[in-house]
Design a protein around this ligand. Structure first.
Ligand code: NI
Length: 642
């Protein structure tokens, strides 16, 4: 009986609930009826209803449900299809992609590997290098974005395939890169259009296996550390609506934006206050700085081109998060349009985070201490050789943090003895170098600090002039400057001035008469190193600045535009050309953060996690420390709890 009840189609209760497998199957069947046999689906996303509709939505209202598919069908040399299916009216809006291409799909990758391995010229080049067991060759297809070979007609889907040699099927291929050989694959024509061969370099001598069985010895393991919550977790999950310690929000997984927080609000006791309407990655880029022809062209947009959301790991192994864990599944799409269930793709749990606040009063001989705890919403994504973890943290004092965790395996080159160029590609193992590169993530923060009317100020801390007020030169001050237009708001981080950006609601004051706000506290990451005229600067223009502010445009979710794959460039630099006002209006703050990675021997053969991200800290949003009301744990207060 229970099983029968589960099989009945139960519709979603809220427009932001995640798509179910049944919905994806139903929508793709409707889309397929209008597409040809060669249609390959690359991504599926819930079309999020406009803000106004979400705000007026009430329990029991009809739930709008639209599903968007991107894919290609080699029909007519354009960029593929961009189909929106309305599950309520069962209507299909079928648009063609004319600027760029549908993102890279699983079918592209499989085809690029097969086409490369079947190519006689590639086979001959491998044999000349002494490699003839092609079964053990690993092919990594890279986006050709910006550098499509002239022998591949514009509009064709294209990859650059590079090769690695494995000793066994489970070996780490990155230990043995086939240096100097790049196959330019024309996926429309189904052939290698051009084979670039820069000459032979021997394979590096050592393997790069990182599994326990391959290590010469294992250290004594630390003693077990168990996290238990005997009374259960402190958060609730209803569908994808999560509530914890005043916080409430929804979470979904988007193919390009990854983990998305929706309608993030804080219940401060008197009212439920809005902070962010939508917060997520908008796109990212990994530009390589090496001049080596194996790498100089690489600048993969892992979100927009490779659909990072589709690359979400199933966390069923249970080792990514520790303690009392709850999970949400994610439904992606297979090339044939059928749903692909990623079980336990989103992890939700609580973490102890040391001290929240403390004071010992020497006069009264009292001590008050509270422990910090954070709610963690996270996912992990494997994109080729690299892993990215995205961690949203919510704290008891109103802070919001995004932490990106970077791990996996670095890019590599084989080098002959005595030919390494450590300024571009330091040696990480004998005859194995790793090119310098950046990982730049642009987060889109649709701000709603106590409502939609928001403004952004840049706050620099600077020395005050030495004068009559400041005779000894000890004074320094915080200077706030309104970023009134889109061009004013293209900004870089400046650690020498403790630079931060303050998002305020000028219409809402705290009890001190000051506009309520949140401070965006950046880390010290430079923006894009590549020249302004370079392909990467054109195609991932968002990476040129750490901060952008635009008026809110709800359909512009991805900082490099909707279809960056093989596209000439789109997104923030183009959208902000008109230099619109961003003062006291509904704004989106775009923040580019990242890591400039000069590889180390310690990054090989698998990289210990690197971190980057940002914090949003309440600044006058609350009238005082909002965590004063946190009851002390047993024995953590000497002044009593009454
Ligand atoms: Ni890196």
């Amino acid at each position: 009986m229970a099983e029968a009840a589960e099989n009945l189609a139960v519709g979603p209760n809220h427009p932001l609930e995640a798509l179910t497998a049944d919905e994806v199957a139903e929508a793709s069947a409707l889309a397929k009826a209008e597409l040809g046999e060669r249609a390959a689906f690359c991504s599926v996303a819930l079309v999020e209803p406009p803000k106004a509709d979400l705000k007026s939505f009430g329990n029991g209202d009809p739930v709008p449900r639209k599903v968007r598919f991107l894919g290609y069908d080699y029909a007519g040399g354009d960029g593929g299809f961009d189909a929106t299916v309305d599950l309520v009216s069962r209507r299909v809006e079928m648009a063609r992609i004319t600027h760029g291409q549908a993102p890279i799909g699983f079918a592209d990758v499989v085809a690029a590997v097969r086409i490369t391995k079947e190519d006689p010229a590639w086979q001959a080049a491998m044999r000349r290098r002494g490699i003839d067991d092609f079964e053990l060759v690993q092919i990594d297809p890279w986006p050709a974005g910006g550098y499509q070979h002239p022998s591949i007609p514009p509009g064709h889907r294209a990859h650059r395939a590079i090769s690695f040699v494995r000793e066994t099927k489970t070996d780490n291929g990155y230990a043995r890169p086939v240096q100097g050989l790049i196959a330019h694959v024309d996926l429309d024509a189904g052939r290698v259009a051009h084979l670039e061969d820069h000459g032979d370099v021997p394979l590096p001598p050592e393997h790069g296996r990182y599994d326990a069985a391959s290590q010469p010895r294992l250290r004594e393991a630390p003693k077990p550390l168990e996290i238990t919550q005997p009374e259960g977790v402190s958060f609730t999950i209803d569908g994808n609506l999560i509530a914890w310690q005043g916080w409430q929000f929804r979470v979904t997984m988007h193919p390009i934006n990854g983990l998305v927080l929706h309608q993030l609000r804080y219940d401060d006791g008197d009212e439920v206050r809005s902070i962010l309407h939508r917060a997520a990655l908008s796109d990212m880029v990994v530009p390589y700085g090496d001049t080596d022809p194996m790498h100089a062209w690489k600048h993969v947009l892992d979100a927009g081109e490779a659909c990072i959301g589709n690359c979400a790991n199933s966390l069923k192994l249970g080792c990514d998060c520790l303690g009392e864990i709850r999970y949400l599944d994610h439904v992606a799409v297979k090339p044939d349009g059928s749903p692909r269930l990623i079980e336990q793709a989103i992890c939700i749990h609580e973490e102890d985070y040391g001290i929240l606040w403390k004071h010992h009063d020497g006069h009264g001989q009292t001590t008050e201490v509270r422990r910090s705890r954070r709610l963690v919403v996270s996912s992990f994504h494997t994109v080729g050789n690299y892993e990215y973890g995205f961690y949203w943290y919510l704290y008891l004092d109103g802070r919001i943090q995004m932490e990106v965790k970077l791990t996996g395996i670095v890019g590599v080159s084989a080098v002959d003895d005595g030919t390494s160029r450590p300024e571009y590609a330091p040696l990480i193992a004998p005859n194995l170098a790793s090119p310098i590169h950046q990982h730049l993530f642009c987060f889109r923060l649709d701000c709603e600090i106590d409502g939609e009317t928001n403004s952004v100020y840049e706050v620099d801390t600077v020395p005050a002039p030495v004068d009559g007020d400041n005779p000894d030169g000890t004074a320094f001050r915080a200077e706030a400057r309104l970023l009134a237009t889109e061009h004013d708001a293209r900004r870089q981080v400046d650690a020498s001035r403790s630079r931060s950006w303050k998002i305020v609601n000028p219409e809402r004051k705290n009890r001190l008469g000051v506009p309520v706000g949140y401070r965006l506290v950046p880390e010290g990451t430079p923006a894009l190193m590549a020249a302004a005229g370079s392909q990467v600067a054109k195609r991932a223009g968002f990476a040129q600045h750490n901060l952008w502010v635009t008026p809110c445009e709800e359909d512009r979710l991805s900082a490099a535009g909707d279809h960056p794959n093989l596209g000439p460039g789109d997104g923030l630099p183009f959208w902000t050309e008109g230099n619109r006002s961003v003062d006291a209006t509904d704004i989106v703050v775009w923040h580019t953060v990242g890591s400039t990675h000069v590889p180390r021997p310690e990054d090989w053969p698998v990289m210990p996690v690197e971190y980057c991200g940002f914090t949003l800290k309440p600044v006058g949003f609350f009238d005082r420390n909002p965590a004063l009301d946190l009851p002390p744990a047993d024995h953590c207060a000497t002044t009593g709890t009454s």
